[in-house]
Design a protein around this ligand. Structure first.
Ligand code: PLP
Length: 405
């Protein structure tokens, strides 16, 4: 049995009040709170075991290196990959930019195409936009259906002879839509096209096995996974990694530097320039231990019950529009209040009731334009949320309706 009360006790911040109300934290899509075990790991790493990694021969450097490198194995196990396929970094944004500069840029030319879905986060748009600006690469957008779902066949149909990459999210941070990235990858590979998956949200809400998906690149971000900010990783298939040139130079990515020549470290280190986020990654390792101990299947089942309950209650409000209701979606709800209420006003009123939600375009402006809205309020649930918190959200929304209608 999933004991959500015990889980909540692991997160010290959940015990605090905001505006004299018990905190109801529903902004997990932006960043999640941290369990005590992560806070302890970070404190220990700084307080007892800190040094730079991969460099010194002294004891602390060996301990820090061992602790840091152990995280590569934890990430690999979490994603169903092997350690040498994991490049550690500051999160999804860095991961996707690495692919754009190290893999895509040297092999794409004017007229080549990248297929994207309309619901991509800016982190999976702007790096490709740079290639469009600099090299004349074209972006081909695939739209979502009225219920927010993305038909994998529509993505497959968009792949043409000029397509060099499909870059698609696994789970929308706005609507919670889950994308069948395995079907897309299989069809893209039949056409010789690699696939990058933005797993920022999916890795938090469902078990992920990149070997089963068979994608070429899978980016995750640690701060949404209950780990520290500026931690994360990207899985890169070994064949793709062999094709990549490093784009950031310095530090750990180097083997030898001479006046006239430089040789690279072996992958994945070849793509990890400079002093890394040592303590951040160690904290991420503790977060993955925490989630793994709970069991991702159990987390997903708990969140599915929250999703069903929140769906029922939100859809019962006839003055509120939820954007997207795709089958099998995650517990992420973006909504607008009918009438003139702005998402920022909704968020401000909810905050007075201790309820933290995100308001704005959620770094997904093409999707906002497709939906015909400028902003939404978003309640995104995590592994520590409860049905009672759904009730607090609904009561606070009733207040918004009263004040703003
Ligand atoms: C779907 C998705 N992709 C990418 C990102 C970017 O993640 P980060 O800012 O941690 O690099 C986010 C974060 O909001 C996201 O939700």
């Amino acid at each position: 049995m999933y004991d959500v009360d015990a889980v909540r006790r692991d997160f010290p911040i959940l015990g605090r009040q905001v505006n004299d109300r018990a905190l109801v934290y529903l902004d997990n899509g932006a960043s999640a709170q941290k369990p005590q075990s992560v806070i302890d790991a970070v404190t220990r790493a700084y307080g007892e075991e800190y040094s730079n990694v991969h460099r010194g021969l002294h004891t602390l450097s060996s301990i820090a290196t061992e602790n840091y490198e152990a995280v590569r194995g934890k990430i690999a196990a979490f994603l169903g990959a092997t350690e040498n396929q994991i490049v550690m970094n500051s999160g999804t944004t860095e991961g996707i930019n690495t692919v754009a500069y190290s893999w895509a840029m040297p092999r794409m030319e004017a007229g080549d195409e990248i297929v994207l879905s309309i619901m991509e986060h800016h982190a999976n748009i702007v790096p490709w936009y740079f290639l469009r600006e600099r090299q004349g690469v074209e972006l081909k957008w695939v739209e979502t259906a009225a219920d927010g779902s993305l038909d994998p066949q529509a993505v497959i149909d968009a792949i043409g002879p000029k397509t060099k990459l499909v870059a698609v999210t696994h789970l929308s941070n706005v609507t919670g839509t889950v994308v069948d990235v395995k079907a897309i990858t299989a069809a893209a590979h039949e056409r010789g096209v690699p696939v990058l998956v933005d797993g920022s949200q999916a890795a938090v809400h469902m078990p992920v096995d990149v070997t089963d998906i068979d994608c070429d690149f899978y980016a995750i971000t640690g701060h949404k996974l209950y780990g520290p900010s500026a931690s994360g990783a990207i899985f890169i298939k070994s064949e793709r990694m062999a094709e990549m040139r490093p784009f950031m130079g310095g530090g750990d990515m180097i083997r030898e530097v001479h006046r006239d020549s430089v040789t690279w470290n072996d992958p994945p280190m070849k793509f990890e320039a400079g002093t890394p986020g040592i303590v951040q990654q160690i904290g991420l390792g503790a977060a993955l231990d925490y989630i793994t101990a709970l069991g991702m299947e159990n987390v997903a089942a708990h969140e599915a019950s929250l999703r069903d309950y929140a769906n029922e209650r939100l859809h019962g409000l006839n003055w509120l529009t939820v954007q997207g209701n795709a089958p099998g979606k995650a517990a992420i709800f973006s909504f607008t209040l009918d009438g003139a209420a702005h998402a920022h006003d909704i968020s401000t009123i909810l905050d007075k009731r201790g309820v933290a939600v995100r308001a704005g375009h959620h770094c997904a402006q093409p999707l906002m334009q497709h939906l015909g809205v400028t902003a939404t309020a978003r309640a995104s649930f995590g592994l520590y949320n409860t049905k009672a918190e759904v009730d607090v959200l609904i009561d606070a929304l009733e207040l918004c309706h009263e004040l703003l209608a």
